[in-house]
Design a protein around this ligand. Structure first.
Ligand code: SAM
Length: 256
């Protein structure tokens, strides 16, 4: 991936498509967690996301975009929205929309990153993954990462994603599969609970095992399936005690 030589000036602000007055509980908290500007965008990218960016570019983007260079691409719950900036850089003809629940995160970091990379995307919009404010069948490729495991109703998000996915389109959701064996699963639950508390007790990280992901998507089969993410070694073999990653893959090849 190459960065543009000269940074472009920050051109825009994100649109707010979230009915804020209707937000309750953990959704208010998800937005508030990002209220402060906090760590700089560069620190977030370099120390938090550089590996994920590389993985997205080399593993996930080809799957989403290889046969769709002019696709309408969207990231859900994108946070820094590096995936949308990477897609815009590689596929300038694509129409790219970056969304997250937090308007502040988009304005403070995602737009800045897009501008720095020389590939600000077409639309930045605050949007709730559980109730996407976009017309039916309006995207050809949709990506989310580490999003569903913290939603109160991840199934609503999958239904919403299916509604906005166009025929022939693909959704790829990368999620964490917590260890399935009790002592380690319990340890992960305790760690997440402690993290939630440290963020004023309201964010909703929860452990999901591979079997639970499979159960969640069952009503939407065969359009959606759960795949192990291949790693450098077969991590799923040790998913007993360690987390692995799964991909939720939804393809609209037929009717719905
Ligand atoms: C763990 S971060 C992952 C960010 C990004 N996908 C990544 O891989 O770096 C989870 C993101 O989901 C967003 N989020 C939480 N609840 C959401 C919701 N209901 N709708 C949309 N985004 C949400 C948060 O604001 C946060 O940016």
């Amino acid at each position: 991936m190459t960065l543009a030589a000269a940074p472009v000036f920050r051109p825009l602000w994100a649109r707010d498509l979230v009915p804020r007055k209707c937000l309750v509980g953990e959704k208010v908290a998800e937005d508030r967690v990002h209220d402060e500007v906090g760590e700089s965008t560069w620190r977030r990218v370099i120390f938090g996301k550089s590996e994920r960016m590389w993985t997205f570019e080399h593993r996930d983007m080809p799957r989403l975009m290889a046969h769709r260079p002019t696709a309408r691409f969207r990231v859900v719950g994108g946070g820094l929205c590096y995936a949308s900036a990477v897609v815009k850089l590689a596929y300038p003809e694509a129409t790219v929309t970056a969304t997250d629940l937090s308007l502040n995160y988009l304005n403070n970091h995602a737009i800045r990153l897009g501008v720095f990379m020389g590939s600000p995307v077409d639309v930045y919009a605050a949007a709730d993954a559980e109730d996407l404010p976009f017309p039916d069948e309006s995207f050809d490729a949709i990506f989310s990462q580490m999003l569903l495991y913290r939603l109160a109703d991840p199934f609503a998000a999958l239904r919403s994603i299916r509604r906005v996915l166009a025929p022939g389109g693909i959704y790829l959701g990368i999620e964490r599969a917590s260890p399935w064996c009790w002592p380690w699963l319990d340890r992960e639950r305790r760690e997440m609970t402690a993290r939630n508390r440290s963020r004023r007790g309201e964010t909703m990280e929860r452990p999901w095992t591979r079997a639970q992901w499979a159960g969640l998507v069952r009503p939407l089969r065969p359009a959606i399936r759960v795949e192990w993410i291949p790693g450098r070694f077969p991590r799923h073999a040790v998913n007993v005690a360690r987390a692995a990653h799964v991909a939720l893959v939804m393809e609209r090849t037929d009717g719905r």
